[in-house]
Design a binder for this molecule. Structure first.
Ligand SMILES: [Mn+2]
Length: 338
């Protein structure tokens, strides 16, 4: 671990006062952990006179506007500009993901970089070019960024932590641990959170925006999706579909159903839950499970990935109903064994 941190510290140190930039790539469909971690890392690097920016496919979604990430940290990627970015780029860092395929179009730019580093906590983390700081036992990438910041503070003998960085990392931890309630929450997670609170993070405001704030549109969508849920394999598998029509009828955003998949898994007797969502160009599937159902392995068999209890995948060229059928068929192998 210390070795890998040392490697990362020297990786970043090379860019002090360099005109070349470090581009930090979060994954597509931004969440609190990837964007919190990426923003915190970029602010830290800039304090060390290292040119750095977050490069992403989409602007920060409305539900994360409360993070107040300064606009100038962020580059929204346009393919037309790729050569311009490539000239500026000195290194690329994947944050909370490990492969270009998870980044959307900006992955094209990531792939072009000759120097790469990966900072991630996904078990399915596969990318193996460059320096890897991948810790699957870490609840969040934010905790890894905190370690990096502490290591940089030691190397440079300079205080880098500030309330914005602390709160961005806290948002990452709260997001990925379900506000400290998922099984991935470790003593290290709570120690990291305690440190961040001391540095100015606000756990209460974050929890409201991440988990409690809701809208009538969302409530209506959840009600429809819940009443359409179906149970299979003696109530051990729960599945529901969110169609484009449901989004239109309720006027809810595509993120409105976040959290629904966990509620389905919480139904007594359910071992694995699936939310299958239609979108313009593909069908997206979210999975939550309890032991011994391995969500990550299941998602990987459909070309996706994630964690043991939380994973996902997407399919293009198939209808939501076809995807549901494949899921139920594939799960048969697991449930027939028990
Ligand atoms: Mn994460």
């Amino acid at each position: 671990m210390i070795d890998r941190l040392d490697n990362l510290t020297s990786f970043f140190s090379e860019f002090v006062d360099s005109p070349k930039e470090i581009f930090v790539f979060p994954h597509l469909r931004l969440d609190g952990d990837c964007i919190g971690s990426a923003a915190a890392l970029v602010v830290t690097l800039r304090k060390l006179r290292i040119n750095a920016s977050v490069v992403m496919d989409e602007p920060v979604p409305d539900r994360l506007h409360f993070m107040s990430i300064p606009e100038d940290l962020l580059i929204v990627f346009y393919s037309d500009e790729i050569h311009n970015y490539e000239t500026r780029m000195g290194a690329a860092v994947a944050v909370d993901c490990s492969e270009a395929g998870r980044m959307g179009n900006s992955g094209q730019l990531y792939s072009l970089s000759k120097k790469k580093a990966i900072i991630d906590h996904h078990v399915s983390s596969r990318g193996n070019s460059g320096i890897r700081y991948v810790v699957p036992t870490s609840a969040s990438t934010a905790e890894l960024i905190l370690n990096i910041i502490k290591s940089l503070e030691q190397t440079f003998g300079q205080k880098l932590m500030d309330p914005f960085i602390a709160n961005s990392l806290m948002i990452g931890i709260q997001s990925d641990t379900g506000r400290f309630s998922f099984q991935n929450t470790t003593p290290d997670t709570l120690r990291a959170a305690a440190e961040l609170l001391e540095c100015g993070a606000n756990v209460f405001v974050n929890a409201y925006h991440l988990f409690d704030a809701t809208s009538v549109e969302r409530m209506k969508l959840i009600a429809k999706a819940m009443s359409g849920a179906k149970m299979f394999y003696d109530g051990k598998l729960a599945l529901t579909v969110i169609t484009m029509d449901m989004l239109k009828d309720t006027n809810a955003s595509e993120y409105a159903a976040d959290g629904l998949v966990s509620s389905l898994r919480d139904i007594e007797g359910v071992m694995v839950s699936f939310v299958v969502r239609e979108s313009e160009d593909e069908v997206r599937v979210n999975i939550r499970s309890r032991e011994p159902f391995d969500s990550s392995a299941f998602a990987e068999s459909f070309g996706g990935g994630g964690h043991y209890r939380a994973a996902g995948f997407s399919v293009s060229g198939a209808s939501a109903n076809e995807v549901c059928k494949s899921i139920i068929d594939k799960a048969a192998a697991f449930f027939s064994e028990r």
